[in-house]
Design a protein. Structure first.
Length: 413
C-alpha cells in the first residue's frame, strides 16, 4: 500500500480490513454513471466538467484497487465513529497518477455520501435552493482548477467535507459553517454600555508591530514579547487586542463586576466564508448574515453559536489605508472586531492574481485592488490575513460598532 499511495498515512489504513468486510461483490452504486447524473441535478455541472468526472468515475469503477480505495475512504469519512477534522483528512494521492486520476479521486470519494447529505438536508427542512446554492461550490472549484491547470479537476477535498457532512450552508452571498472558534483571544462585553474588548490568550509571541511572530514567515528576535493572561476573583487581566487587529504590549485589567466573558477558543460559532463567484457588495453580505440569523435557529436550534467569525486575507487592516473608504473590502472588514493570526500573503495573491507573479514589476494593475497591492509591495510592504468576529447579539450591519466604538481608550493603540 505504501508504494501505491504517495501520501500514505498509517492511521487511515489501519481499518482497511474492516472496511473491506463490507466491500460489495457487485457494482458499487456511487461509481455508476446514473448515480453521478442524478447528483448533477443538484450540482448543475456544465457538460465538459461533467464528462471529465464521468470518465474518472468509469476509470475507478473498472480498476479493482481504486474501487476498494474509494470504498475505504468513503467508509472512513461517512461510517467512522471517530471525530474527523475536515482540514486534516489525508485524501489519497496515487504514485501512478494515470489519466490524472488524482484530480478527481477526492471528489469521487466525497460524492459517495451525496445521497446521505441530501437526506440530512431534507430531515432538517433545508430548502432545496439552499442545498443547490451550497453545492455550487463544487462548480466554483472545478472552474478554479481549470483556470490554473488547463484541465478539469478539484483539490479542495478537505474543505468540501464541511458541505458533505451537513456542516456548511450557503445563504445568499456568504457561506456559514457550524464550527468552533479558533482565535487565540478572549472576548469580553461591558455589562453597562455593551462595548466589547478582546484580550489575547497567554503565551502568544508577538512582534513589536502587534502581529504574531512568524507572520509572513518573519520570525524576529528583537522587540518580541509574550502575552500574559490572568484571572482572579475580581479581575481579568491581559494584553488588549485593538479592533484593527493588533496586540498591544500593555496590561489591561477588567473588573468582573463590569465585564462578562462572551467568547473563547473552541466555543461554537458560525464560521463565515466568501465564495469567489461574486462581488463583495456590502448590502449583499449584510443580507446573508441576516439570513443566517434566521436559518440556523430554525433548522439547527441545537447549534447555540456565540458569534460570527472569519479568517481571511480580506481582514488585513492595511487595506483601510491602501484602498478607498468606499471599497467593499474596507466596508466589510470594518464590521468586525479584528485580531492577529499567523498568516502570509498566499491567499491574497491567489485570490487577486491567481498566484504570486514572478516579477511584481510586470504584474497586472488593471483594477484598483491589484494596483494598490503591487504598489504596496514595490514599496517594501507585505500583506497578510487576520481573524475577525461579530458577537451574536452585536450584529448591526453598516454601523461598524467595534471599530468606531471599541473601548480601548485606556491604552495606546
Amino acid at each position: 500500500m505504501e508504494k501505491l499511495i504517495s501520501n500514505y498515512s498509517k492511521p487511515w489504513y489501519e481499518k482497511w480490513s474492516e472496511s473491506m468486510q463490507t466491500f460489495p461483490e457487485n457494482d458499487i452504486w456511487f461509481l455508476q454513471e446514473d448515480y453521478i447524473i442524478k447528483a448533477n441535478e443538484i450540482l448543475m455541472l456544465d457538460k465538459e466538467p461533467l464528462n471529465a468526472l464521468l470518465e474518472a468515475v468509469s476509470f475507478v469503477r473498472n480498476n479493482l484497487f481504486l474501487s476498494k480505495l474509494v470504498w475505504h475512504f468513503s467508509h472512513m469519512i461517512y461510517d467512522n465513529d471517530t471525530q474527523i477534522n475536515p482540514w486534516q483528512v489525508p485524501f489519497p494521492e496515487l504514485v501512478n497518477n494515470d489519466r490524472n486520476i488524482n484530480d478527481f479521486l477526492g471528489l469521487i470519494i466525497l460524492l459517495s455520501g451525496f445521497d446521505r447529505v441530501l437526506e440530512f438536508h431534507r430531515s432538517k427542512g433545508v430548502p432545496i435552493q439552499v442545498t443547490i446554492d451550497t453545492f455550487r461550490d463544487i462548480k466554483i472549484w472545478l472552474n478554479h482548477f481549470y483556470r490554473k491547470n488547463g484541465r478539469w479537476g478539484l483539490k479542495e477535498n478537505q474543505w468540501l467535507i464541511l458541505h458533505f457532512t451537513g456542516r456548511l450552508y450557503r445563504l445568499g452571498r456568504l457561506q456559514f459553517a457550524m464550527d468552533k472558534f479558533t482565535g487565540k483571544v478572549k472576548v469580553f462585553k461591558n455589562k453597562h454600555d455593551r462595548s466589547v474588548i478582546a484580550l489575547s490568550e497567554g503565551d502568544v509571541w508577538y512582534r513589536r508591530d502587534g502581529l504574531v511572530n512568524g507572520t509572513n514567515g518573519k520570525h524576529e528576535s528583537d522587540g518580541i514579547w509574550t502575552s500574559q493572561f490572568q484571572e482572579d476573583e475580581d479581575f481579568y487581566s491581559g494584553n488588549p487586542i485593538s479592533p484593527y487587529g493588533k496586540a498591544i504590549n500593555k496590561t489591561l485589567k477588567l473588573p468582573k463586576t463590569d465585564w462578562q466573558l462572551m467568547l473563547v477558543r473552541n466555543e461554537p460559532i458560525l464560521d463565515m466564508h466568501i465564495p469567489e463567484d461574486g462581488t463583495m457588495a456590502h448590502n449583499l453580505c449584510g443580507q446573508s448574515i441576516e439570513m443566517a440569523r434566521v436559518f440556523f435557529p430554525n433548522h439547527f436550534p441545537e447549534w447555540e453559536y456565540k458569534a460570527f467569525a472569519c479568517t481571511t486575507w480580506l481582514f488585513d487592516s492595511q487595506f483601510q489605508t491602501l484602498l478607498s473608504s468606499s471599497s467593499n473590502i474596507v466596508k466589510f472588514q470594518r464590521e468586525f472586531y479584528l485580531y492577529p493570526v499567523i498568516s502570509d500573503d498566499s491567499q491574497t495573491f491567489d485570490r487577486v492574481f491567481g498566484g504570486k507573479p514572478e516579477d511584481l514589476s510586470y504584474a497586472p494593475r488593471d483594477t484598483s485592488l491589484r494596483k494598490a497591492i503591487i504598489d504596496h509591495y514595490l514599496q517594501g510592504g507585505y500583506l497578510r490575513g487576520a481573524g475577525g468576529f461579530i458577537l451574536k447579539d452585536d450584529v448591526d450591519w453598516g454601523n461598524q460598532i467595534y471599530q468606531k466604538k471599541g473601548r480601548i481608550q485606556d491604552v495606546s493603540i
